[in-house]
Design a protein around this ligand. Structure first.
Ligand SMILES: Nc1ncnc2c1ncn2[C@@H]1O[C@H](COP(=O)(O)OP(=O)(O)OP(=O)(O)O)[C@@H](O)[C@H]1O
Ligand SMILES: O=P(O)(O)OC[C@H]1O[C@](O)(CO)[C@@H](O)[C@@H]1O
Ligand SMILES: [Mg+2]
Length: 434
């Protein structure tokens, strides 16, 4: 991070007032009524449960709930949707639950009517990866989305998505309030990158880390089976290195983990290639895990030069794995001509986020109990809390390279600290500013 201090926002956990305290103002959907759970024969929440017995703002018979899934796929998304539907239906007696198709534009696109959902519809959804409702990027037309919510009479909206989805949800919430609509809007943070701020992690993140193990193990086999074998694995995660970091710790076969939060340089004293050469001489093979967002400032951009973006405006990355492989081979030919080198590059990409959730993710549970308008439930330091959706939407969650986990990676891999200051690298003529 350019040698500067990394500032991470600090958050103080407050004990939130109960739902009834939030029923003032324009979003009072209805007079508070006895909580159906209190009378439910099979459900006895613990005394410290999120809500009290009389904390319900909606008469279940009047609820029309919409569930939408947005952004990239993440293991467990179907589980969350299933839990929301079953909980609303069985515990709260809601009989009008709808699945919005293919992300935010499903609120307004012609010919994609929201799908009526009930327990029988979603019964097996948790056994499949991806999202049965479909997801998308882009297509966020605020006026048309809120028109769609208003036209269909939705008075509860659950958005399952990552940082982008949460930012969109803040806009929807504000527009609904501006129009005086009695709509409870709740976010369910979902991202395989774990780059949604404030919460400890998103459901599905550990499954992605698990799935990455197969690619790392294959890279290790390939590297061990060749003279000077290099196994190179690129892992997704956008501009955060959480998947690469955790996959490295889980594997123990990794010699070097490269993440976007740590600058790196390739050639010269203390550089990556010198380290890899020494490790190859010692062990005969190396495994390198590189996060897709690492090294982007070093990779020469195509002549057109401008930053490509996806439909949601997220930056599209240059392939750091292919670049590293090419650069290493070129350096080796210059510095160690005649010595054998084998580089096997593995990019599992979508294979780590498309599978079904490994753990029995029951994370839908807190979502359906606490719809404090404008808040997002999620685990914070191991406790479930409610976080204002605009805080979640704006909080970034980079890897904190000063904390114990990154130190743990460095102790496991014994990799050097490539994050020299830019000035040092410029002096060493190693840093090609692009
Ligand atoms: N600042 C924003 N304001 C309004 N809508 C947004 C904003 N950023 C993203 N969106 C919309 O939210 C949806 C999802 O965003 P995006 O594609 O960035 O994925 P995400 O929610 O961040 O999930 P993931 O990072 O896991 O892929 C898209 O429809 C996108 O248009
Ligand atoms: O789904 P797309 O548009 O190919 O985007 C891939 C991106 O989505 C994610 O899986 C989730 O944001 C990222 O890790 C990855 O870079
Ligand atoms: Mg995102």
């Amino acid at each position: 991070m350019d040698g500067g201090e990394m500032r991470l926002p600090s958050f103080t956990l407050h004990r939130l007032p109960t739902l009834a305290d939030h029923l003032g103002g324009g979003d009072r959907p209805a007079a508070a009524i006895p909580n159906p759970i209190a009378r439910h024969p099979l459900y006895h929440p613990s005394p410290s449960f999120f809500i009290s017995d009389n904390d319900v703002a909606f008469d279940p018979s009047g609820v029309r709930a919409a569930i939408v899934t947005c952004g990239g796929l993440c293991p467990g998304t179907n589980t969350v949707v299933r839990e929301l539907v079953v909980g609303l239906w069985e515990l709260y007696g809601v009989r009008a639950v709808f699945g919005v198709r293919n992300g935010y534009h499903g609120f307004y696109s012609e010919g994609e009517e929201p799908l009526p959902l009930e327990p029988a519809t979603v019964r097996h959804w948790h056994k499949a990866g991806g999202t049965a409702l479909g997801a998308s990027r882009g297509g966020f037309d605020l006026a048309r989305i809120v028109d769609g919510i208003e036209r269909r009479g939705f008075n509860q909206v659950y958005a399952v998505g990552g940082d982008g989805t949460m930012r969109g949800l803040v806009e929807i919430l504000r527009e609904a309030r501006r129009r005086g609509l009695a709509v409870a809007v709740a976010g369910v943070p979902k991202t395989v990158d774990n780059d949604v701020g404030v919460i400890d992690r998103s459901f599905g993140f550990h499954t992605a880390v698990d799935e990455a193990q197969r690619a790392i193990a294959a890279a290790h086999v390939e590297a061990e089976s060749a003279a000077n074998g290099v196994g190179l694995v690129k892992l997704m995660g956008r501009s955060a290195g959480h998947i690469a970091l955790h996959a490295t710790l889980s594997s123990r076969d990794v010699d070097c983990c490269l993440i976007p939060e740590e600058d790196l340089y390739l050639r010269g004293p203390g550089g990556l290639f010198e380290f890899l050469y020494r490790r190859l001489k010692r062990n005969g093979h190396v495994v390198v895990v590189v996060a897709e967002g690492a090294g982007q400032r070093l990779i020469p951009r195509p002549t057109c030069g401008e930053q490509r973006r996806d439909e949601s405006g997220n930056p599209a990355f240059l392939d750091v794995g292919a670049w590293l492989k090419a650069e290493l081979r070129a350096w080796w030919a210059e510095e160690h001509a005649g010595e054998p080198l084998t580089v096997k590059y593995i990019d599992p990409t979508y294979m780590i986020r498309a599978p079904v959730l490994h753990a029995a993710g029951a994370l839908g549970d807190p979502r359906r109990h606490g719809r404090v308008p404008g808040f997002v439930p999620g685990p914070i330091n191991g406790n479930y809390g409610y976080i204002p959706v605009d805080e979640v939407a704006e909080a970034r969650n980079p890897v904190d390279t000063r904390d114990h986990k990154w130190a743990w990676v460095r102790s496991v891999t014994n990799q050097p600290d490539f994050a020299q200051s830019t000035e040092d690298k410029a002096l060493a003529g190693l840093y090609k500013a692009v």
